[in-house]
Design a protein around this ligand. Sequence first.
Ligand code: 5AD
Ligand code: SF4
Length: 439
Amino acid sequence: MERFYHITTYGCQMNVHESEKIAGILAELGYKACENIEDADIAVFNTCCIRENAENHAFGNIGMLKKLKSKKRDMIVAVGGCLTQQIGKADILHEKFPYVDIIFGTHNLNKLKEYILKKQKQKKAIIEIEDSEGIICEEDKPLRTSYPNAWINITYGCNNFCSYCIVPYVRGRERSRRSENIIAEAKALIEDGYKEITLLGQNVNSYNNGTDDISFPELLQKIAALDGKFRLRFMTSHPKDFSEELAKVIAANDKICNNVHLPVQSGSNAVLAAMNRKYTAENYLQKVEILKKYVPDCAITTDLIVGFPNETDEDFEATLKLVKEVGFSSAFTFVYSRRNGTVAAKMDGQIPEEVSKQRIMRLVELVNSQTREQSAKYVGRTVEILCEDFDKKKGLYLGRDEHGRMAYFESQNSVIGEFVNVKITAANGVSLTGEIVKE
Ligand code: 5AD
Ligand code: SF4
């Protein structure tokens, strides 16, 4: 009899890739993917807790499963990821949702197979949250779902302790995978037909800090030197560790996309200091200048937070000023979310919701206007697009250029996974539309 799995993923690319690893484990156990959770024999929630709304979203969805689970008693419900790893949260989850069968932490992913096999034989819920600092699992066999792109973890965890951020508490200390394993994984993926490799880490720039292995720019160089036509991306870069050497490596290798995600968070030095970001707005602008010097057409994207404790109107204006100065090609904008256990959660001067709302609206407007302006410049140009998917609603194929800009276009036959030249005919805000041009 066929058995099915359903995975709900919350949060970042790191989690998206982790869900591919979960899918790999479930496939090994003989489960197949299904679209609707109602058809699942096992439902996994891979949670995130970086902001309160991500956490609430997961809680809401797990809560909604009560009815289904009462009808489908044999269904296994498992909850993993960052939410469960917070101190005390596993017990709260268990109390609130006693029908959840397996609760596992971020360091327990490699034991999921064991938990499922155990749960198939016992009634009692399994709750395992390990407080590990150093696990690196090289045995993962992810079931990749984002062809032609493939994610590869290069580091896990984070040592930076930005004062607002919960990641170091739920993902543990920073540790790097051995470069030979990463390079071998990239090589195998390219030989398998993947056309884009994205290296993942909370702070890729500090890859191998303090070890005898190669540095991040050296790693990039080695992967870029592999045979085949493919694109190489990486995220995320912490500005404090972004080096001139890295800018030079990007410039020297065509396969490395001219697109860097460099989260600035704020343009105010007082806020940056309180955030424990370890750079000033001036330092950040210098790094941008270095990057632009070596890679003039580099698309820089960023993350921004408004409403950090004690953020004044002047601080916020400084953020707007920096955004204008850099000219980000796009940005993720967030309202500060108070996370228990972080340093900022204990700070006085929490900003009223209404003020944060006003600020985020102004910031989003500015970012969008910059994105629109940059999109408009594409019209009339021919760009190389790596086709990723087909949009059924629009009836158009879609993909990105090396700067990460999305373009839609028509094609008679499937070109998913192919590089195509597209002449851009219109810009619609963030995305572009165009026509394939034959060489
Ligand atoms: N509140 C709002 N945004 C946050 N981020 C991290 N923690 C918080 C928080 N507590 C944002 C940062 C980071 C991105 C991944 O999420 O901008 O770069
Ligand atoms: Fe969080 Fe800062 Fe680490 Fe990024 S660098 S994961 S924002 S603590």
